[in-house]
Design a binder for this molecule. Sequence first.
Ligand SMILES: *[C@@H]1O[C@H](CO)[C@@H](O)[C@H](O)[C@H]1NC(C)=O
Ligand SMILES: *[C@@H]1O[C@H](CO)[C@@H](O)[C@H](O)[C@H]1NC(C)=O
Length: 443
Amino acid sequence: MAAVAEATTGWWLLLVLSAAELAVAHHPQPPNIVLLLMDDMGWGDLGVNGEPSRETPNLDRMAAEGMLFPNFYSANPLCSPSRAALLTGRLPIRNGFYTSSAHARNAYTPQEIVGGIPDSEHLLPELLKEAGYTSKIVGKWHLGHRPQFHPLRHGFDEWFGSPNCHFGPYDNRAKPNIPVYRDWEMVGRFYEEFPINLKTGEANLTQLYLQEALDFIERQHTRQRPFFLYWAIDATHAPVYASRPFLGTSQRGRYGDAIREIDDSVGKILSHLRGLGLEKNTLVFFTSDNGAALISAPEQGGSNGPFLCGKQTTFEGGMREPAIAWWPGHIAAGQGINFCPGQNVSGVTTHTQEEHTELPLIFHLGRDPGERFPLSFASAEYQDVLDRTTQVVRQHQEALVPGQPQLNVCNQAVMNWAPPGCEKLGKCLTPPESVPEKCSWPH
Ligand SMILES: *[C@@H]1O[C@H](CO)[C@@H](O)[C@H](O)[C@H]1NC(C)=O
Ligand SMILES: *[C@@H]1O[C@H](CO)[C@@H](O)[C@H](O)[C@H]1NC(C)=O
């Protein structure tokens, strides 16, 4: 089976660090690193992983141009411990992000938490600082909100975002609204200076976070310094939100709107890197902190594809994450796509898909709906079915009049920009200029 990519958080950290070391040794400037970390996004939310409405064209393209990891795991099925593990390369039980009391799987860092990331932990931005990197966190920190846990005290040089989840609104008496920081200081609070409309799901936060990312990339490019951007956005965490141009545009409800806005933003980040000529020197990695929150589904939660359960469980749905690595010129396109994750039937699910037309594989779907046990070529049953099938195929071929192929030409302008009825809702998007081109079918 070709390239079944297995990875854990620790493995990923290793990859990043060894990439950095390699580059220091052989290139004038070490590669930039952009880590796009989603919040409660499920494995099944990407078109490339089989999401039927296919509303992630940019992420699907990123996977086609890079490497998709179908078997990528977080270290924990909950935000804070998963993030602590991602940034330290150490399991929560080692880095302190766990509890020894009951319901251990629910331990994270709400406003009430006293603890946070210990000074003794070495975070990725601290290590990268030693290699000359400038690091920025955009979005949710979630490793403790008291002063000693501030991200700028743990290796980051810049921050725009919040220390906790965007829950609320609170009354500012029993509970304060969560602050939003720029670097060291708060510049407002959720539901006040940074509104989230719980009724409509409207918030402009993803756009703010996108702008922060684009600006940071551009500034570091001007300075000619290597950078680490940790883009930890949270639109897919309940209460899910999207900005006005994306609200109501998904077939998947409000959660889908959040995904579409994120997908669009990822597309803009990648094209910004290309526009600045940085793509061959920037490793971009996309993943999520834990599986989709099924308790919030369907309107506020995503999909874990075929996997059992979700966030806050250690089943596959809780810990297996969507994951894509992108680094043009360094990571070859279209790698690691395994269309049969978890399946391994010799001669059937192999990546090369052996030639079976001479002696087709035949399954008895009544006895074997999972198509794991092809009928034996030597059996009378096989010969009987093959004879009858061959006759039907021959009749079909003799009578066949082929139509015009409809799937040769693609055009960005014909996508679902303005489906019927969108005017009434004020949700129509303007199509780009019409440019017919040969479709590419990367996978
Ligand atoms: C988002 O930004 C638009 C454009 O500036 C503004 O009209 C809208 O009120 C903002 N929405 C929220 C929820 O902040
Ligand atoms: C899949 O099966 C083949 C033989 O049938 C075996 O060589 C290979 O190691 C298996 N791969 C996995 C990932 O189990």
